[in-house]
Ligand binder design. Structure first.
Ligand code: ZN
Length: 279
């Protein structure tokens, strides 16, 4: 009886340790960071201070990490290049002017999102989810010149719909117009999509007869969870690794999340136990 009790206690102990380390049974995943505005004065959840963005990038600028864009993620084409490293992706939404600004002398503003990014990672891989008519032209000024600049740098342009509507309220035709209009504007036939506000259209994205093929779509999550426990609880903060059941079953909706501060970054990403190096 005594021996039985010891075995039971041992098993309970092992179970407690195992569940503490991985209470929800999640596999490891990839953080896809989402940024909107860059400002040293704004305290909005959708804004980050350029200096704090730079501090995050400096942490990630090490041999331990591997930066990918979301097209590579969708195609699972980064596995070899990033072997044994922790993989992350950076995405920018809405084409806000503070993401990409030219100074009067024609040079890239080092305090704009792209300026900070290329300052730390000259060969950066990142994805810009752009609209056509959301509060003006993409990036506010010199749109075509900027699009050409992004392309020349090999940066990824993603579809964020023409006018940034709540897609859950759209008719079939409107969904198709919103997606195809971006492909027409940017002259690309195959693009990944980010749902505005994270709201998905009434039907699965593959069922819409768009001219512009959508191989994958990304949702938005807010990244200001109350500490590590909440991060673990949501579980969906990291996007699944390719070759996992989560990757194929959620093939059309991958999570991304807002990072507003260096503190968010430390808490939700650097201390997220699910973020493990690739095999
Ligand atoms: Zn947006």
């Amino acid at each position: 009886m005594k021996r039985f009790l010891i075995v039971v206690l041992l098993l309970a102990g092992v179970y407690a340790i195992a569940t503490k380390a991985d209470p929800y049974g999640y596999q490891s995943g990839i953080p896809i960071l989402m940024f909107h505005r860059f400002s040293s004065t704004s305290t909005s959840l959708y804004s980050v201070k350029p200096l704090e963005f730079k501090a995050m990038l400096k942490v990630l600028n090490s041999d331990k990490y591997c930066m990918i864009d979301l097209l590579e993620y969708t195609l699972a084409s980064f596995l070899k290049r990033c072997a044994k490293k922790k993989v992350f992706a950076i995405s920018f939404d809405d084409g806000h002017a503070s993401q990409f600004r030219f100074l009067k002398n024609g040079k890239l503003d080092p305090n704009s999102g792209l300026g900070v990014l290329l300052g730390v990672f000259p060969q950066a891989k990142a994805t810009f989810f752009l609209n056509v008519t959301n509060g003006g032209a993409p990036f506010g000024q010199q749109s075509q010149q900027k699009i050409a600049f992004l392309r020349a740098k090999g940066l990824n342009i993603g579809n964020h719909t023409v006018s940034h509507p709540d897609m859950s309220k759209l008719s079939n035709q409107a969904v198709i117009r919103e997606i195809d209009g971006v492909c027409q504007y940017f002259g690309q036939s195959s693009m990944i999509l980010a749902y505005p506000y994270g709201f998905m259209p009434p039907k699965s994205i593959t069922t819409y007869q768009t001219k512009c093929r959508v191989p994958a779509a990304f949702r938005a999550w807010l990244g200001y969870f109350e500490g590590e426990r909440e991060t673990i609880k949501t579980g969906s903060l990291l996007a699944p690794l390719p070759n996992t059941p989560e990757f194929s079953s959620r093939r059309l909706t991958y999570p991304r999340f807002t990072i507003s501060s260096f503190q968010d970054f430390q808490r939700d990403i650097m201390r997220n136990y699910r973020w493990q190096p690739l095999p």
